[in-house]
Design a protein around this ligand. Structure first.
Ligand code: AMP
Ligand code: ZN
Length: 488
């Protein structure tokens, strides 16, 4: 069956567009990675999760995805607009550790947490500090084109020389310049308050900056945005297909990436810009600076498995805000447990069904519907609803339980909730390792054959007290655990 065409909301044009890759079915995907000065929080992971779903879903639709992610280990200041200190260096000083130690520790923590959430780590994970020559090359090109200038403190991008500066944010250049007047301007020799740093020199507040490299403008270190311009095009070329990140990056970070790359080379950086909405706490963005953040470890300590957070995120479209609450997480937990319970029964039917007529056509219709919901700007909540409908489709389940289960597992190559692993863990055949249970079931079957239902009911209660639920089905007794634990 042909796959449905993929449609994506492109922030650049503010509308849903048909996705047209640059090269056949191969997609270049760049995703801004974490700044490794602390643990990534659940808000960050909402972004990484959206990108994971995008990658997996595109593969499902037949694309080959070449994905690149940077690791910000230098140049990200506490204020996005060039004010404040380098986040990583501030942490290193506060903890009396080397920058290298801080970076290694939090990069490893990011990878560990991402794995717990079944988020795939891109094969190309590129730390900014390893690509300094590539960053310098873009700045030199901007000088050649008269868009960069130097002061005794830094090298800046001259926004007035780039008329399309506000295209991504939808803000005119004039408004952007006016707005920037209120910012903390740390260099009075800047032409314009909205100009942003490409390179900081080892002087003034950065005189003792720990990481620095030689450059045509003296020793120093790169501004935050230039790393993404350099790393994305090094691995994916310019232009490439898709660039993603959270909506907080639209106004400054991504706007500046576009300005740098397009200013330097006169062609688009990426064709599609996708942005996830925020993960919120009490209607406020979850952020380290707000002090309202939770990490993967925090929820684990409360007994919540990371996959429950993954399931929670699947229920809300990536372009809608998602509010955190413990109650919400608890509801997600119950819903996921319930889904697994249904699959256990389906698995039982699939195993004990014998030969069934099969339902290729009906299953294909469900698959197409799932693909279409994904292809419709990643409507994962609707895809999840289609799966729920599928497993509740009594006629189809009776006709082809194996086929239904296989299709659910196929959808789970995108959801990544480890559904098959959970089903295997609680498979009724495995439960039969409990000899007491086997004995009680056999006894009960005998008594039922003699139509002694009161006694049979007493045995069911005994089974219940062992932690199992027994249901009589047309295929015989089906046993499942009374409670399901998400996770290994
Ligand atoms: P950072 O490490 O701050 O550069 O953030 C990594 C990713 O997380 C970026 O794509 C951000 O846009 C995204 N992000 C940060 N906070 C949130 C949030 N509360 N909800 C959703 N995405 C976020
Ligand atoms: Zn970036």
């Amino acid at each position: 069956m042909p796959k449905p065409p993929l449609h994506l909301f492109n922030t650049l044009n503010r509308r849903v567009e048909t996705f047209k890759p640059i090269k056949g079915k191969t997609v270049g995907l760049y995703t801004c990675g974490p700044t490794v000065y602390n643990f990534a929080h659940l808000g960050n992971f909402r972004a990484f999760l959206f990108e994971d779903l995008l990658e997996r879903g595109m593969e499902w639709l037949g694309y080959t995805v070449k994905r690149v992610m940077n690791i910000t280990d230098v140049g990200h200041l506490t204020g996005d607009t060039d004010a404040g200190e380098d986040k990583v260096e501030r942490e290193a000083r506060a903890m009396r550790k080397t920058v290298k130690d801080i970076v290694a520790f939090y990069t490893k923590a990011f990878v560990t947490d991402a794995k717990k959430l079944n988020i795939r780590i891109p094969r190309t994970l590129a730390p900014a500090s390893k690509f300094i020559p590539e960053q310098i090359a873009i700045i030199e090109q901007l000088f050649k084109r008269g868009i960069a200038y130097e002061t005794p403190n830094a090298v800046y991008f001259d926004v007035a020389k780039f008329p399309d500066y506000g295209q991504l944010s939808g803000q005119s250049l004039a408004d952007k310049i006016t707005g920037a007047r209120g910012d903390v301007v740390t260099d009075t020799e800047k032409h314009n308050a909205a100009d942003f740093a490409l390179w900081f020199k080892l002087t003034g507040r950065f005189a003792s900056h720990l990481l620095h490299w030689p450059s045509p403008w003296g020793e120093g270190f790169p501004g935050w945005h230039i790393e993404c311009s350099a790393i994305s095009t090094k691995f994916l070329g310019q232009p490439f297909d898709i660039h993603t990140g959270g909506v907080d990056h639209i106004g400054t970070h991504h706007t500046n990436e576009i300005a740098q790359s397009e200013g330097a080379y006169g062609k688009p950086l990426a064709h599609y810009w996708l942005h996830n909405e925020f993960f919120l706490v009490d209607s406020t963005k979850m952020a380290k600076s707000e002090g309202n953040f939770l990490t993967v470890k925090d929820i684990e300590e409360k007994g919540v498995h990371p996959l429950i957070f993954r399931y929670l995120c699947l229920g809300t479209h990536y372009r809608s805000p998602l509010n955190f609450s413990w109650v919400g997480l608890d509801q997600a937990k119950h819903a996921l447990e319930h889904l697994i319970e249904r699959l256990l029964y389906l698995n039982y039917l699939a195993r004990s069904g014998g030969k069934t007529p099969g339902a290729k056509k009906e299953l294909e219709a469900y698959r197409t519907r799932m693909e279409e919901t994904f292809a419709n700007d990643l409507n994962i909540p609707q895809m999840l609803a289609a799966v729920q409908e599928l497993i509740k489709d009594k006629a189809l389940v009776a006709k082809d339980p194996k086929g239904v289960l296989a299709l659910v597992y196929e959808a789970d190559t995108i959801f990544c909730l480890d559904l098959k692993k959970h089903v295997m863990k609680y498979d009724s055949r495995r439960l039969m390792a409990d000899k007491r249970l086997v004995k009680l079931i056999a006894e009960r079957q005998k008594i039922r054959a003699l139509q002694q239902f009161m006694q049979a009911d007493r045995l069911r209660k005994k089974i219940d007290s062992l932690g199992y639920v027994l249901e009589d089905t047309p295929k015989g007794p089906f046993v499942s655990p009374k409670s399901i634990r998400i996770g290994a």
